[in-house]
Design a protein around this ligand. Structure first.
Ligand code: COA
Length: 155
């Protein structure tokens, strides 16, 4: 279970990307490339790494534009799933977003991603729309995305 004292959340650095890619490739049906990860850091997207006992075990990437935060990627190593780390990490992202003066967060989640949906609903996200054929799974296969939104409240 989550042991907060073992966890550090800090901005992602290029040296984290091998571990990030290991997690990406094992949890994302359509993984982002290493280049995209580097680009996210370089263009100034908000990129956080979650370290447990000094090892990169998760990451979050979002972009702030005007009054909206778009959560683009949020993943944990499978060894951590279901132990409270996702909640701890998402709370960090919500707090940081509010600190930037942004209170509206949106994200996409696959209809079959019950863990993701459970996490987001726990924080009060609600489904606001559907994006048709959002995920391109290759070979002409597409999947819709559920779009979730949340007005972030101060704790
Ligand atoms: C989605 C993800 C970040 C959730 O992180 P996590 O550490 O497992 O989440 P938590 O342990 O904090 O659980 C959060 C809530 O979701 C629920 N939950 C977790 N896994 C679940 C599952 N497989 N099915 C249903 N509910 C689940 C928990 O019960 C918990 O609610 P509770 O605190 O009221 O009991 C993690 O599973 C993950 O990295 N998945 C792969 C990547 C991914 O899908 N990212 C989201 C893309 S949109």
């Amino acid at each position: 279970m989550l042991k907060e004292s073992d966890v550090i959340i800090r901005p992602m650095i290029p040296e984290d990307i091998p571990a990030v890619m290991r997690i990406e490739n094992s949890t994302n049906p359509t993984p982002w490339s290493e280049k995209i990860m580097h680009d996210c850091i370089n263009v100034g997207f908000k990129c956080w790494s979650l370290l447990v006992n000094g090892e990169v075990m998760g990451y979050a990437i979002y972009v702030l534009s005007l009054h909206q935060c778009h959560l683009l990627n949020f993943r944990l190593d499978t060894a951590l799933h279901g132990q409270g780390y996702g909640s701890f990490f998402l709370q960090h992202c919500l707090d940081e977003t509010l600190k930037e003066g942004v209170a509206w967060m949106v994200l996409e989640v696959r209809p079959n991603n019950l863990a993701g949906q459970a996490l987001y609903k726990k924080f009060g996200f609600t489904q606001i729309s559907i994006k048709d054929k959002y995920y391109d799974d290759g070979g002409g296969v597409f999947e819709d995305a559920l779009v979730y939104g949340l007005w972030i409240k101060k704790k």
